[in-house]
Design a protein around this ligand. Structure first.
Ligand code: AMP
Ligand code: MG
Length: 431
């Protein structure tokens, strides 16, 4: 079966394409130009849809709020009744509470005692906050200059207007969106199905947690960082374990992964190490390119499409990440995360970066993108300062754990002096 996807054609469109010194942005452009969103949709209860990707635009079926209502506790009145000079004196016609509208009339020259959220009576367009009002018997007295006509009133449909788009397809649903859907009276929502992502680690030196650590071996940490990053994105995660450095084991793992997942992620074995069979096996199972990215950490990267199963009916996008634990995380954030979001059907979002003052000189040559683990501190003048953590080795996971984010030194950028502003990609987000 021939694939309609042709990676060579995609890379031929990249100007100055050099697989041995590929710019980060060029690699990302090839990846984003290749991967396709999953199409299947499922209906979920609103709460179960948190973090999922909205499959269709949501058009508001009602006005929210459904009626003009008061934004304050106070007195509803007609703006036209406000005295041009001196106090405004109005007769109190009754009382309106949230959920219990006043049934009578509020004629000109009178006001309604009203609570926040209560329906505005016909004819009234203004609410005087109670802290400005003085009540004497059945009149309310308002000093001059404390309200203008139209103040403290929420208009019908000002939040969401009936028939207008309330949420766009492609939105990753956040807590505010769940509340917004509830405010429309929705109990269920259509979202894209979860993306299935399978991964395994490759290397004879790797031991899994629970096994004894034989001489010369390391525990496999990549399957834990990868699991965490994928869970955070809301993927269905399939952990295929550690795969030995043997052609048969690697091929079997790749076939299994391709049959069960939309995306396959491997770590280790994509550089040119002698016992790394992953590279050669990948080349036989699909349309895969092997890059050396102009970045640090994380130079080697494989990307492509694998096919497996009867008649090669199954296909999956492949990301072959480097083995070093920090390189895995940095390449994931630089390439895999945006690609997975695209596959999930999410609309592209800007990735905000913090501009922070560099605490030290950061040596850097133009011609590659560097990601340094950084610690932030607040300066007395309100700006943020960032300092690069001492050990930036690509295997040093402890500095990744301590870091608040990654200092991004862009492709063309050269040495940064202490006091210069740099971009910092933050790990923590509010929602
Ligand atoms: P490789 O890319 O296979 O040459 O691996 C590069 C380095 O990363 C070697 O020191 C490996 O031992 C290490 N490494 C590879 N995979 C893992 C893993 N899953 N967990 C921890 N370290 C790893
Ligand atoms: Mg290896």
């Amino acid at each position: 079966m021939t694939s309609p996807f042709d990676l060579q054609q995609v890379v031929s469109c990249v100007s100055g394409y050099d697989p041995n010194a590929l710019r980060v942005d060029a690699a990302l452009a090839v990846i984003q130009g290749s991967v396709q969103p999953v199409q299947a949709i499922e209906r979920l209860a609103v709460r179960a849809a948190l973090g999922r990707v909205l499959a269709q635009d949501i058009i508001s079926p009602i006005d929210v709020p459904a009626h003009d209502n008061s934004a304050m506790d106070g007195y509803a009145l007609r703006g036209a009744d406000l005295a041009a000079q001196g106090d405004t004196v109005l007769r109190i016609a009754g009382r309106g509470l949230a959920g219990h509208a006043f049934g009578g009339d509020v004629p000109a020259g009178s006001a309604l005692r009203i609570m926040t959220g209560a329906v505005m009576p016909a004819g009234c367009d203004t609410v005087a906050p109670q802290e400005f009002c003085r009540v004497e018997g059945d009149t309310v007295i308002l000093p001059p200059g404390v309200v203008r006509a139209g103040d403290n009133r929420r208009l019908r449909g000002e939040d969401l207007a009936r028939g207008k788009a309330a949420l766009p397809a492609g939105k990753v649903l956040r807590p505010a969106d769940l509340g917004l859907m509830a405010s429309l009276g929705m109990a269920e929502v259509s979202v894209r199905r979860k993306l299935r992502v399978a991964f395994f680690s490759s290397g004879d030196e790797l031991r899994s947690v629970g096994q004894p650590l034989d001489p010369g071996c390391v525990y496999d940490s990549n399957r834990y960082t990868l699991w965490g990053m994928l869970e955070r994105l809301g993927c269905e995660v399939i952990d295929l374990g550690v795969v030995a450095d043997s052609p048969h084991a690697v091929e079997a793992a790749l076939r299994t992964a391709t049959e069960c997942a939309d995306v396959v992620i491997t770590s280790g074995g994509v550089s040119v190490g002698e016992a790394d069979y992953l590279r050669s096996t990948l080349a036989t199972l699909g349309d895969v390119v092997f890059w050396r990215i102009a970045m640090r950490p994380g130079r080697p990267l494989a990307f492509g499409q694998l096919r497996a199963g009867e008649n090669n009916a199954h296909s999956a996008w492949l990301f072959g990440l480097p083995g070093n634990p920090v390189a895995v995380m940095v390449t994931f954030y630089a390439f895999v995360r945006p690609a997975l979001l695209h596959c999930m059907g999410a609309s592209p979002q800007p990735q905000p970066m913090l501009r922070a003052v560099s605490a030290q000189t950061l040596r850097k040559k133009s011609g590659r993108t560097e990601y340094q683990r950084g610690l932030l501190t607040a300066l007395p003048d309100g700006r943020w300062q960032v300092s690069a953590i001492g050990n930036q080795g690509s295997g040093v996971l402890s500095s990744m754990s301590q870091a608040h984010g990654l200092i991004v030194l862009h492709h063309e950028q050269t040495t940064v002096q202490a006091g210069d502003l740099v971009d910092v990609l933050l790990f923590e987000g509010l929602v």
